[in-house]
Design a protein around this ligand. Structure first.
Ligand SMILES: NC(=O)c1ccc[n+]([C@@H]2O[C@H](COP(=O)([O-])OP(=O)(O)OC[C@H]3O[C@@H](n4cnc5c(N)ncnc54)[C@H](OP(=O)(O)O)[C@@H]3O)[C@@H](O)[C@H]2O)c1
Length: 328
């Protein structure tokens, strides 16, 4: 394990007259963009950490300061965290990248160590991390679990939120890949007939959970964050098609055939919209009760039909106008 010098770049204390910002890593990602917007809407100042700058995502927003840093570079992360009082860590290699274990470990686990070191140096009051529900053996799931364990064992005040599949307006992420397949193909291949259960969670529920976890005292150290209903993958895909005004035509692919095909494509470096890691996560989900998160974070989780209507209706979500169902 790599040992890092914690006093490498001691940041100077920020002026007390300057608003104390929240560092958001992975700010240009699917969930990151939504989180930055939510925090700014609530009046917070944000340091948006992106890997490639300028992103132009936050142009014209005086409350957002964009910084460029790779999460595997400790010095860069410490520089980015300078002045932050709280940190939301979202930067990560997701299952769509077709990763080697080493590459995933560098970004997800070493990146987590760097964020923890930076959090200690700036004496962050709280660190919020998006962890994983996955218990499979893929590189993504394993390295995310390792990262979660690092946080849970740390002395940095933290909350680990473990979302199920997150969906919402985005061209990227696992949901973006599934939505694109439904949009582009006239016949959608459903592995194992899509009979596996899932409880997808709407992105605004995730951003609200993060905001509440940043603010509320006395929380547990980890929460599972799933949607309010368990549906099959097939039903989810049908609902995505319906929300895009399409009728779902599908063909069932036996799991071993799909796993073999995707494995072969990966060996031959043929890019596919779904990786072995993604497949494992979708087909072998663990379902978790979102009740404790809903209760402690005051969430009224949104149902799939409504979430997809907002996703494809192009509507900017309005927390107060939403028709939600209380789980608490
Ligand atoms: N979406 C879900 O269903 C889901 C479910 C459970 C947990 N999560 C977790 O939630 C977090 C955000 O996920 P997401 O769906 O928003 O994924 P995403 O859209 O892929 O965003 C991840 C962001 O991390 C950045 N990143 C990757 N490697 C980096 C590095 N070495 N240094 C700095 N930045 C780096 C990416 O930058 P580039 O754009 O430059 O690659 C991207 O902007 C991840 O930790 C993920 O594991 C997501």
């Amino acid at each position: 394990m790599v040992i890092y010098a914690r006093n490498l770049l001691m940041p100077s204390a920020p002026s007390s007259t300057v608003a104390r910002p929240i560092l958001v890593t992975g700010a240009a990602g699917f969930i990151g963009c939504h989180v930055v917007r939510e925090l700014v809407d609530q009046g917070d100042h944000v340091i948006a950490m992106v890997r490639t700058s300028p992103s132009h995502l936050f142009d014209g927003d005086a409350r957002v300061r964009e910084v460029c840093a790779d999460v595997t570079d400790l010095r860069a992360v410490i520089r980015a965290a300078r002045g932050a009082t709280r940190i939301v860590h979202l930067a990560g290699m997701t299952s769509l990248r077709g990763l080697s274990y080493d590459a995933a470990f560098r970004t997800n686990a070493v990146g987590m160590m760097n964020v923890l070191d930076a959090a200690r140096l700036v004496k962050a009051e709280r660190l919020i991390v998006l962890g994983t529900q996955s218990e499979n053996t893929g590189a993504y799931a394993r390295t995310k679990r390792e990262a979660d364990e690092l946080v849970l064992a740390s002395d940095v005040p933290h909350v680990v939120l473990r979302p199920s599949l997150v969906y919402g307006p985005s061209a990227g992420g696992v949901f973006g890949a599934v939505a694109a397949i439904v949009r582009k193909l006239s016949v959608v291949p459903l592995i194992g007939g899509g009979r596996y259960p899932m409880a997808p969670v709407y992105v605004d529920d995730v951003t609200q959970a993060i905001r509440e976890a940043l603010a509320r005292p006395g929380l547990e150290r980890e929460y599972y964050l799933s949607g309010p209903e368990v549906i099959t993958f097939r039903r989810f895909v049908s609902a995505i098609a319906a929300a895009q005004h399409r009728t779902l035509h599908s063909v069932s692919i036996p799991y071993p055939v799909a796993a073999l095909g995707i494995g072969l494509a990966e060996m031959l470096h043929v890019p596919l919209p779904v990786t072995s890691d993604t497949l494992q996560g979708l087909v072998h989900p663990r379902l978790h009760d979102p009740g404790p998160a809903a209760r402690d974070l005051g969430l009224r989780l949104i149902h799939v039909e409504e979430g997809l209507r907002r996703t494809f209706g192009g509507e900017r979500s309005d927390r107060h106008a939403r028709d939600r169902t209380s789980l608490s």
